[in-house]
Design a protein around this ligand. Structure first.
Ligand SMILES: [Zn+2]
Ligand SMILES: [Zn+2]
Length: 224
């Protein structure tokens, strides 16, 4: 099998148990060498956004918290470096659906540790769904039980329904619930996204779920 990132031929290591159980050794779409090139975030980290930082909350998060946004306690697994950007490029923009297998196991393990009552992936717009064909976050989580309860507010619909320019500018919330009046009382929710950039997306998603009664919210992103 050829590594999807570097093109090297991967050698599968057969174990005795593979041999007796007649199954192929498990192989990911990328090789071990490429996997080693992703940078794990090991800490110390900012407890709010998950970036590598000596101070917590970091200066950026201090601004969000001072502005009154609820804490999201983001946990990020990897640095958003060149290797990760290359992976995202192929996975999201070059039809790399099969590359979802690279991080499935790691994300599932992290979510087991977080132990929320609901796992909610950040949704993609209908336009992205048409172009890409899949939600990159949900595809990582296909072995987990997820609740796709958030959806993107269609901009054209939202803009039409608002009368004044001022109203349009004030409304930045891009998400709403798929079902109106969904009761999330008592739910400890973990929102999952691909990368934490400014944190705006996760904070909007979080507000939307808190408004519907969620008791506790934290977030997990693959990269930061
Ligand atoms: Zn490789
Ligand atoms: Zn931070």
């Amino acid at each position: 099998m050829t590594c999807e990132l570097c093109g090297r031929i991967q050698q599968g290591e057969w174990t005795l148990s593979d041999f007796f159980n007649f199954h192929q050794p498990q192989m990911l779409s990328i090789c071990e060498v490429c996997r080693q090139q992703f940078t794990r975030i090991t800490g110390p980290v900012c407890a709010e956004c998950g970036c590598q930082s000596q101070i917590s909350p970091c200066a950026e998060c201090e601004i969000w918290l001072t502005a009154g946004y609820p804490a999201i306690h983001n946990q990020a697994l990897f640095a958003y470096d060149e290797q990760m950007q290359q992976y995202f490029k192929q996975y999201k923009f070059q039809g790399g659906y099969h590359l979802r297998d690279v991080f499935q196991e790691m994300l599932a393990q992290r979510l087991v540790k977080v132990a929320p009552t609901m796992i909610v992936p950040i949704p993609i717009t209908a336009e992205t769904q048409n172009q890409r064909g899949f939600n990159q976050v949900s595809a990582w989580l296909e072995k987990c039980e997820i609740n796709e309860i958030l959806t993107c507010i269609s901009t054209s619909k939202a803009v039409q329904s608002m009368k004044t320019r001022r109203e349009r500018l004030q409304t930045t919330q891009p998400f709403c619930l798929v079902t109106e009046n969904l009761d999330l009382t008592g739910q400890r929710i973990c929102i999952v996204d691909d990368v934490y950039t400014t944190g705006r997306t996760l904070r909007h998603a979080s507000s939307c779920l808190y408004e519907s009664g969620a008791t506790q919210i934290c977030t997990v992103t693959l990269a930061r």
